[in-house]
Design a protein around this ligand. Structure first.
Ligand code: IZC
Ligand code: ZN
Length: 420
Protein backbone atom coordinates (compact mmCIF):
# COMPACT_ATOMS: atom_id res chain seq x y z
CA UNK A 1 0.00 0.00 0.00
CA UNK A 2 1.13 3.55 -0.65
CA UNK A 3 2.26 5.51 2.35
CA UNK A 4 1.16 9.12 2.67
CA UNK A 5 3.63 9.65 5.49
CA UNK A 6 6.70 7.79 6.73
CA UNK A 7 8.63 8.44 9.91
CA UNK A 8 12.00 6.72 9.57
CA UNK A 9 15.43 6.26 11.17
CA UNK A 10 14.10 6.76 14.72
CA UNK A 11 16.58 5.88 17.45
CA UNK A 12 13.64 4.08 19.06
CA UNK A 13 10.03 3.42 18.21
CA UNK A 14 8.65 2.44 21.62
CA UNK A 15 5.14 1.08 22.06
CA UNK A 16 3.09 -1.60 23.72
CA UNK A 17 1.64 -4.25 21.43
CA UNK A 18 -1.35 -6.55 21.61
CA UNK A 19 -2.99 -4.73 24.52
CA UNK A 20 -5.90 -3.16 22.69
CA UNK A 21 -8.48 -5.46 24.33
CA UNK A 22 -7.45 -5.15 27.97
CA UNK A 23 -5.11 -2.77 29.79
CA UNK A 24 -1.62 -3.82 30.83
CA UNK A 25 -1.22 -5.08 34.38
CA UNK A 26 1.57 -6.35 36.62
CA UNK A 27 4.84 -7.18 34.87
CA UNK A 28 3.26 -6.48 31.50
CA UNK A 29 2.79 -2.84 32.44
CA UNK A 30 6.60 -2.55 32.42
CA UNK A 31 7.13 -3.98 28.93
CA UNK A 32 7.50 -1.91 25.78
CA UNK A 33 8.39 -3.20 22.35
CA UNK A 34 11.41 -1.12 21.38
CA UNK A 35 12.43 -1.02 17.73
CA UNK A 36 15.88 0.48 17.18
CA UNK A 37 16.31 2.42 13.93
CA UNK A 38 12.54 2.20 13.66
CA UNK A 39 9.93 3.49 11.28
CA UNK A 40 6.18 3.98 11.09
CA UNK A 41 4.30 4.21 7.80
CA UNK A 42 0.89 5.83 7.51
CA UNK A 43 -1.82 5.90 4.88
CA UNK A 44 -4.20 8.82 5.38
CA UNK A 45 -5.15 8.60 9.06
CA UNK A 46 -4.11 4.98 9.74
CA UNK A 47 -0.87 3.19 10.55
CA UNK A 48 0.01 0.68 7.81
CA UNK A 49 3.41 -0.57 9.00
CA UNK A 50 5.65 -0.44 12.07
CA UNK A 51 9.13 -1.99 12.21
CA UNK A 52 12.75 -1.34 11.48
CA UNK A 53 13.36 1.34 8.87
CA UNK A 54 14.61 -1.27 6.40
CA UNK A 55 11.54 -3.48 6.91
CA UNK A 56 9.04 -0.68 6.64
CA UNK A 57 10.64 0.87 3.55
CA UNK A 58 10.66 -2.57 1.88
CA UNK A 59 7.02 -3.19 2.76
CA UNK A 60 5.30 0.06 1.69
CA UNK A 61 5.25 2.06 -1.51
CA UNK A 62 5.92 5.74 -1.63
CA UNK A 63 6.03 8.46 -4.25
CA UNK A 64 6.81 12.14 -4.57
CA UNK A 65 3.72 13.01 -2.52
CA UNK A 66 4.72 10.87 0.47
CA UNK A 67 5.82 13.03 3.34
CA UNK A 68 9.01 11.64 4.86
CA UNK A 69 10.16 12.59 8.35
CA UNK A 70 13.68 11.73 9.38
CA UNK A 71 13.58 11.01 13.12
CA UNK A 72 17.28 10.20 13.49
CA UNK A 73 18.35 10.47 17.13
CA UNK A 74 14.73 10.73 18.28
CA UNK A 75 12.13 8.61 20.05
CA UNK A 76 8.72 7.89 18.54
CA UNK A 77 5.84 7.09 20.90
CA UNK A 78 2.11 6.79 20.37
CA UNK A 79 0.46 10.18 20.78
CA UNK A 80 0.05 10.70 24.52
CA UNK A 81 -3.38 10.26 26.09
CA UNK A 82 -4.38 12.37 29.11
CA UNK A 83 -7.29 10.48 30.72
CA UNK A 84 -8.33 13.02 33.38
CA UNK A 85 -8.64 16.75 32.73
CA UNK A 86 -10.98 19.58 33.56
CA UNK A 87 -9.87 21.52 30.50
CA UNK A 88 -12.89 23.79 30.05
CA UNK A 89 -13.33 26.36 32.80
CA UNK A 90 -13.58 30.09 33.38
CA UNK A 91 -11.12 32.22 35.35
CA UNK A 92 -8.04 31.07 37.21
CA UNK A 93 -7.06 30.70 40.87
CA UNK A 94 -3.59 32.13 41.29
CA UNK A 95 -4.97 34.23 44.17
CA UNK A 96 -5.39 31.03 46.21
CA UNK A 97 -1.67 30.34 46.17
CA UNK A 98 -1.10 32.73 49.06
CA UNK A 99 -3.84 31.08 51.12
CA UNK A 100 -2.26 27.73 50.38
CA UNK A 101 1.15 28.91 51.48
CA UNK A 102 -0.43 30.24 54.68
CA UNK A 103 -1.47 26.63 55.28
CA UNK A 104 -5.19 26.80 54.51
CA UNK A 105 -6.13 23.25 53.33
CA UNK A 106 -7.74 22.59 49.93
CA UNK A 107 -11.07 21.46 51.43
CA UNK A 108 -11.12 24.48 53.77
CA UNK A 109 -10.75 26.88 50.81
CA UNK A 110 -13.68 25.08 49.18
CA UNK A 111 -15.75 25.22 52.38
CA UNK A 112 -15.19 29.00 52.49
CA UNK A 113 -16.78 29.31 49.04
CA UNK A 114 -13.48 29.50 47.15
CA UNK A 115 -11.74 26.69 45.32
CA UNK A 116 -14.00 24.93 42.86
CA UNK A 117 -16.78 27.40 43.70
CA UNK A 118 -14.71 30.38 42.58
CA UNK A 119 -14.12 28.63 39.25
CA UNK A 120 -17.87 27.96 39.10
CA UNK A 121 -18.62 31.69 39.37
CA UNK A 122 -16.14 32.46 36.58
CA UNK A 123 -17.43 29.63 34.37
CA UNK A 124 -21.04 30.72 34.79
CA UNK A 125 -20.07 34.28 33.89
CA UNK A 126 -18.23 33.20 30.73
CA UNK A 127 -19.98 32.84 27.39
CA UNK A 128 -19.79 29.55 25.52
CA UNK A 129 -17.53 31.28 22.96
CA UNK A 130 -15.12 32.39 25.68
CA UNK A 131 -14.98 28.87 27.09
CA UNK A 132 -14.31 27.52 23.61
CA UNK A 133 -11.52 30.01 22.94
CA UNK A 134 -9.80 29.14 26.20
CA UNK A 135 -10.32 25.41 25.69
CA UNK A 136 -8.68 25.69 22.26
CA UNK A 137 -5.71 27.51 23.77
CA UNK A 138 -5.21 24.85 26.46
CA UNK A 139 -5.58 22.02 23.93
CA UNK A 140 -2.98 23.60 21.67
CA UNK A 141 -0.59 23.72 24.63
CA UNK A 142 -1.29 20.05 25.27
CA UNK A 143 -0.72 19.13 21.63
CA UNK A 144 2.60 20.99 21.57
CA UNK A 145 3.65 18.78 24.49
CA UNK A 146 2.70 15.51 22.84
CA UNK A 147 -0.89 14.93 23.95
CA UNK A 148 -3.20 13.88 21.10
CA UNK A 149 -6.26 12.71 23.07
CA UNK A 150 -7.64 13.91 26.39
CA UNK A 151 -10.64 13.29 28.55
CA UNK A 152 -12.52 16.54 29.36
CA UNK A 153 -14.87 16.97 32.29
CA UNK A 154 -17.61 19.48 32.94
CA UNK A 155 -18.16 20.41 36.56
CA UNK A 156 -17.61 24.16 36.87
CA UNK A 157 -21.16 24.98 35.81
CA UNK A 158 -23.20 23.19 38.48
CA UNK A 159 -26.45 24.47 37.01
CA UNK A 160 -28.27 22.81 34.16
CA UNK A 161 -27.57 25.69 31.83
CA UNK A 162 -23.88 26.04 32.72
CA UNK A 163 -23.16 22.31 32.67
CA UNK A 164 -24.73 21.99 29.21
CA UNK A 165 -22.85 25.12 28.10
CA UNK A 166 -19.59 23.56 29.26
CA UNK A 167 -20.19 20.23 27.52
CA UNK A 168 -21.21 22.02 24.33
CA UNK A 169 -17.98 24.00 24.58
CA UNK A 170 -16.04 20.73 24.97
CA UNK A 171 -17.71 19.43 21.81
CA UNK A 172 -16.76 22.57 19.87
CA UNK A 173 -13.18 22.57 21.13
CA UNK A 174 -12.95 18.93 20.07
CA UNK A 175 -14.21 19.81 16.60
CA UNK A 176 -11.90 22.72 15.78
CA UNK A 177 -8.41 21.69 16.88
CA UNK A 178 -6.41 18.45 16.65
CA UNK A 179 -6.59 17.07 20.22
CA UNK A 180 -9.48 14.59 20.47
CA UNK A 181 -11.58 15.15 23.57
CA UNK A 182 -13.59 12.45 25.34
CA UNK A 183 -16.33 14.24 27.30
CA UNK A 184 -17.30 13.41 30.89
CA UNK A 185 -20.26 14.84 32.80
CA UNK A 186 -19.16 15.93 36.28
CA UNK A 187 -22.27 17.75 37.49
CA UNK A 188 -21.49 16.22 40.90
CA UNK A 189 -18.20 18.09 41.31
CA UNK A 190 -19.30 20.24 44.25
CA UNK A 191 -22.49 21.53 45.85
CA UNK A 192 -23.19 25.00 44.39
CA UNK A 193 -23.95 27.85 46.78
CA UNK A 194 -27.68 27.84 45.96
CA UNK A 195 -27.85 24.33 47.43
CA UNK A 196 -25.39 24.82 50.30
CA UNK A 197 -26.11 22.26 53.04
CA UNK A 198 -28.47 20.30 50.81
CA UNK A 199 -26.34 18.07 48.67
CA UNK A 200 -29.14 15.54 48.21
CA UNK A 201 -31.47 18.10 46.71
CA UNK A 202 -28.67 19.24 44.38
CA UNK A 203 -28.18 15.62 43.31
CA UNK A 204 -31.89 15.45 42.45
CA UNK A 205 -31.18 18.20 39.93
CA UNK A 206 -28.06 16.44 38.63
CA UNK A 207 -29.85 13.12 38.20
CA UNK A 208 -33.36 14.16 37.21
CA UNK A 209 -32.65 17.17 35.04
CA UNK A 210 -29.02 17.50 33.94
CA UNK A 211 -28.15 13.87 33.25
CA UNK A 212 -31.13 13.10 30.96
CA UNK A 213 -30.34 16.23 28.90
CA UNK A 214 -26.66 15.33 28.68
CA UNK A 215 -27.57 11.85 27.46
CA UNK A 216 -30.29 13.05 25.09
CA UNK A 217 -27.94 15.54 23.47
CA UNK A 218 -25.10 13.01 23.39
CA UNK A 219 -22.79 15.37 25.25
CA UNK A 220 -20.86 12.89 27.38
CA UNK A 221 -19.47 9.38 27.28
CA UNK A 222 -18.74 9.12 31.02
CA UNK A 223 -20.15 10.37 34.29
CA UNK A 224 -17.86 11.22 37.21
CA UNK A 225 -18.39 12.31 40.83
CA UNK A 226 -16.12 14.01 43.38
CA UNK A 227 -16.46 11.48 46.21
CA UNK A 228 -14.74 13.23 49.11
CA UNK A 229 -15.39 14.28 52.69
CA UNK A 230 -17.40 17.49 52.68
CA UNK A 231 -18.32 17.05 49.02
CA UNK A 232 -20.23 13.84 48.10
CA UNK A 233 -20.39 10.78 50.35
CA UNK A 234 -20.16 7.17 49.23
CA UNK A 235 -23.96 6.82 49.34
CA UNK A 236 -24.44 10.00 47.32
CA UNK A 237 -21.76 8.95 44.84
CA UNK A 238 -23.38 5.53 44.47
CA UNK A 239 -26.66 7.26 43.71
CA UNK A 240 -25.17 9.47 40.99
CA UNK A 241 -23.18 6.70 39.34
CA UNK A 242 -26.00 4.17 39.45
CA UNK A 243 -28.30 6.64 37.73
CA UNK A 244 -25.61 7.34 35.14
CA UNK A 245 -25.07 3.66 34.49
CA UNK A 246 -28.81 3.19 34.01
CA UNK A 247 -28.74 5.98 31.42
CA UNK A 248 -25.91 4.31 29.51
CA UNK A 249 -22.94 6.40 30.60
CA UNK A 250 -19.57 4.86 31.51
CA UNK A 251 -18.42 5.57 35.06
CA UNK A 252 -15.45 7.34 36.63
CA UNK A 253 -14.92 8.51 40.19
CA UNK A 254 -12.64 10.94 42.04
CA UNK A 255 -11.80 8.43 44.76
CA UNK A 256 -9.88 8.29 48.04
CA UNK A 257 -7.82 11.43 47.43
CA UNK A 258 -7.84 13.15 50.81
CA UNK A 259 -10.03 11.04 53.13
CA UNK A 260 -10.31 7.24 52.61
CA UNK A 261 -14.06 6.94 52.11
CA UNK A 262 -13.96 3.76 50.00
CA UNK A 263 -14.31 5.22 46.52
CA UNK A 264 -12.11 2.47 45.04
CA UNK A 265 -14.43 -0.21 46.43
CA UNK A 266 -17.41 1.69 45.02
CA UNK A 267 -15.76 1.86 41.60
CA UNK A 268 -15.29 -1.92 41.67
CA UNK A 269 -18.85 -2.52 42.87
CA UNK A 270 -20.35 -0.47 40.04
CA UNK A 271 -18.00 -1.57 37.25
CA UNK A 272 -16.43 1.86 36.73
CA UNK A 273 -13.82 2.09 34.01
CA UNK A 274 -11.52 4.02 36.35
CA UNK A 275 -11.03 5.29 39.87
CA UNK A 276 -8.89 8.41 39.95
CA UNK A 277 -6.48 9.96 42.53
CA UNK A 278 -6.31 7.11 45.13
CA UNK A 279 -3.70 8.62 47.49
CA UNK A 280 -5.35 6.99 50.48
CA UNK A 281 -6.84 3.90 48.80
CA UNK A 282 -7.29 0.94 51.18
CA UNK A 283 -5.77 -2.51 50.65
CA UNK A 284 -9.30 -3.83 50.15
CA UNK A 285 -9.91 -1.13 47.53
CA UNK A 286 -6.76 -2.17 45.66
CA UNK A 287 -7.80 -5.82 45.78
CA UNK A 288 -11.30 -5.04 44.52
CA UNK A 289 -9.99 -2.85 41.70
CA UNK A 290 -7.67 -5.64 40.55
CA UNK A 291 -10.54 -8.16 40.64
CA UNK A 292 -12.85 -5.94 38.60
CA UNK A 293 -10.22 -4.50 36.22
CA UNK A 294 -10.83 -0.94 37.32
CA UNK A 295 -8.05 1.28 36.01
CA UNK A 296 -6.26 3.43 38.58
CA UNK A 297 -5.82 6.88 37.05
CA UNK A 298 -3.14 8.42 39.23
CA UNK A 299 -2.69 12.20 39.23
CA UNK A 300 0.72 12.88 40.78
CA UNK A 301 0.90 16.45 39.46
CA UNK A 302 -1.97 17.25 41.84
CA UNK A 303 -0.20 15.63 44.77
CA UNK A 304 2.86 17.71 43.95
CA UNK A 305 0.89 20.93 43.63
CA UNK A 306 -1.21 20.42 46.77
CA UNK A 307 2.01 19.52 48.61
CA UNK A 308 0.32 16.44 50.02
CA UNK A 309 2.53 14.36 52.25
CA UNK A 310 2.53 11.23 50.15
CA UNK A 311 1.78 10.05 46.66
CA UNK A 312 -0.68 7.37 45.53
CA UNK A 313 0.76 3.86 45.99
CA UNK A 314 1.46 3.29 42.30
CA UNK A 315 3.97 0.47 42.76
CA UNK A 316 1.74 -1.36 45.19
CA UNK A 317 -1.19 -1.15 42.78
CA UNK A 318 0.88 -2.43 39.85
CA UNK A 319 2.14 -5.30 41.98
CA UNK A 320 -1.44 -6.09 43.03
CA UNK A 321 -2.49 -6.37 39.39
CA UNK A 322 -4.32 -3.05 39.04
CA UNK A 323 -3.84 -1.46 35.60
CA UNK A 324 -2.33 1.99 36.16
CA UNK A 325 -2.81 5.06 33.98
CA UNK A 326 -1.52 8.57 34.68
CA UNK A 327 -3.04 11.95 33.89
CA UNK A 328 -2.43 15.65 34.48
CA UNK A 329 -5.80 16.45 36.16
CA UNK A 330 -5.42 19.80 34.40
CA UNK A 331 -7.72 22.19 36.28
CA UNK A 332 -7.65 25.75 37.60
CA UNK A 333 -7.16 24.84 41.26
CA UNK A 334 -5.30 21.74 42.29
CA UNK A 335 -3.34 21.13 39.09
CA UNK A 336 -2.84 23.99 36.65
CA UNK A 337 -0.51 21.84 34.52
CA UNK A 338 -1.47 20.30 31.19
CA UNK A 339 1.91 18.81 30.30
CA UNK A 340 2.10 15.01 30.53
CA UNK A 341 5.90 15.13 30.21
CA UNK A 342 6.07 16.57 33.74
CA UNK A 343 3.86 13.69 34.90
CA UNK A 344 6.46 11.27 33.49
CA UNK A 345 9.09 12.79 35.79
CA UNK A 346 6.93 12.94 38.90
CA UNK A 347 5.62 9.39 38.42
CA UNK A 348 9.10 7.95 38.04
CA UNK A 349 10.61 9.87 40.93
CA UNK A 350 7.80 9.75 43.45
CA UNK A 351 5.62 6.78 42.50
CA UNK A 352 8.78 4.84 41.65
CA UNK A 353 7.31 3.63 38.39
CA UNK A 354 9.77 2.70 35.66
CA UNK A 355 9.89 4.78 32.48
CA UNK A 356 8.31 1.87 30.55
CA UNK A 357 5.48 1.57 33.09
CA UNK A 358 4.89 5.29 32.88
CA UNK A 359 4.83 5.35 29.08
CA UNK A 360 2.27 2.55 29.04
CA UNK A 361 0.33 4.50 31.67
CA UNK A 362 0.04 7.57 29.41
CA UNK A 363 -0.56 5.68 26.18
CA UNK A 364 -2.32 2.30 26.05
CA UNK A 365 -3.67 2.18 29.63
CA UNK A 366 -4.80 5.79 29.34
CA UNK A 367 -6.51 4.91 26.05
CA UNK A 368 -8.39 2.14 27.89
CA UNK A 369 -9.36 4.63 30.58
CA UNK A 370 -11.13 6.74 27.93
CA UNK A 371 -12.60 3.78 26.02
CA UNK A 372 -10.49 4.35 22.89
CA UNK A 373 -7.88 1.56 23.09
CA UNK A 374 -9.06 -0.21 19.95
CA UNK A 375 -8.06 2.89 17.94
CA UNK A 376 -5.25 4.67 19.80
CA UNK A 377 -2.62 4.23 22.53
CA UNK A 378 -0.16 2.03 20.61
CA UNK A 379 1.63 2.00 17.28
CA UNK A 380 0.14 -0.98 15.49
CA UNK A 381 -1.12 -1.60 12.00
CA UNK A 382 -4.72 -0.46 11.60
CA UNK A 383 -4.67 2.01 14.48
CA UNK A 384 -5.09 5.75 14.07
CA UNK A 385 -1.81 7.47 13.20
CA UNK A 386 -1.28 9.58 16.32
CA UNK A 387 2.44 9.88 17.06
CA UNK A 388 4.54 11.97 19.43
CA UNK A 389 8.18 12.37 18.45
CA UNK A 390 10.70 13.48 21.05
CA UNK A 391 14.19 14.90 20.77
CA UNK A 392 15.54 12.13 23.01
CA UNK A 393 17.99 9.31 22.26
CA UNK A 394 15.90 6.72 24.14
CA UNK A 395 12.68 6.62 26.16
CA UNK A 396 14.45 6.64 29.56
CA UNK A 397 15.65 10.12 28.65
CA UNK A 398 12.05 11.38 28.90
CA UNK A 399 12.02 10.51 32.59
CA UNK A 400 15.49 11.90 33.14
CA UNK A 401 15.12 15.40 31.66
CA UNK A 402 12.46 17.62 33.14
CA UNK A 403 11.07 21.08 32.66
CA UNK A 404 11.89 21.29 28.96
CA UNK A 405 9.47 20.40 26.21
CA UNK A 406 11.25 17.59 24.36
CA UNK A 407 8.60 17.25 21.64
CA UNK A 408 9.97 17.77 18.17
CA UNK A 409 6.92 16.75 16.16
CA UNK A 410 3.38 15.58 16.64
CA UNK A 411 1.32 13.67 14.10
CA UNK A 412 -2.43 13.55 14.55
CA UNK A 413 -4.69 11.46 12.31
CA UNK A 414 -1.73 11.02 9.96
CA UNK A 415 -1.03 14.76 9.62
CA UNK A 416 1.96 16.65 10.90
CA UNK A 417 0.40 19.16 13.31
CA UNK A 418 3.39 20.26 15.41
CA UNK A 419 6.91 20.84 14.21
CA UNK A 420 9.39 22.52 16.53
O1 IZC B 1 -10.96 22.97 40.65
O2 IZC B 1 -10.04 22.21 42.46
N1 IZC B 1 -10.23 18.03 42.99
N2 IZC B 1 -11.67 18.79 41.57
C1 IZC B 1 -11.52 17.75 42.48
C2 IZC B 1 -10.67 19.56 41.54
C3 IZC B 1 -9.74 19.09 42.44
C4 IZC B 1 -10.53 20.71 40.67
C5 IZC B 1 -10.50 22.02 41.33
ZN1 ZN C 1 -10.14 15.87 38.74
Amino acid sequence: MKATLIVKNAAQVATSRGASKAPLTGDKQGKLAVIENGAVAVHDDKIIAVGSTAEVLARVDSDAETKVIDAAGQVVLPGLVDPHTHVVFGGSREHELTLKLEGVPYLEILARGGGILSSVAATRAASEEELVARGIKYCRQMLAQGTTTAEAKSGYGLSTEAEIKTLKAVKQVDAVQPVDLVPTFLGAHAVPKEYKGDADRYLDLVIDEMMPLVVEQNLARYCDVFCEEGVFSIEQSRRVLTAARNMGLGLKIHADEIVPLGGAELAAELGAVSADHLLVVSDEGIKRMAEEDVIAVILPGTTFYLREDHYAPGRKMIEAGVPVALATDFNPGSSPNNNLQLIINIACLYLRMTPAEVINAITINAAHAVGRASEIGSLEKGKIADLAIFDAPNFDYLAYRYGTNLVSRVIKNGRLVVEV
